[in-house]
Write a protein that binds this ligand. Structure first.
Ligand SMILES: [Zn+2]
Length: 62
């Protein structure tokens, strides 16, 4: 038995400064939201898409 994960960490690359960041995505998170880069403080538009094979986390400039 495996315990279902309630949150995952995705390593994403900042679309502004190029620094890798660890992004915590809650299990129930879906859709789009805006979050600032911890390195350069510029806004990301984060989009989470759930599909049968897992989840994709897409980060673009907001
Ligand atoms: Zn950045």
């Amino acid at each position: 038995m495996t315990i279902e994960e309630v949150a995952t960490w995705s390593v994403i690359q900042c679309p502004w400064c190029g620094e890798p960041n660890d992004l915590r995505v809650e299990f129930e998170d879906e859709g789009k939201w805006v979050q600032d880069c911890e390195v350069c403080c510029r806004p990301w538009l984060i989009e989470v898409r759930t599909h049968s094979g897992g989840r994709d986390v897409i980060v673009t400039r907001s």
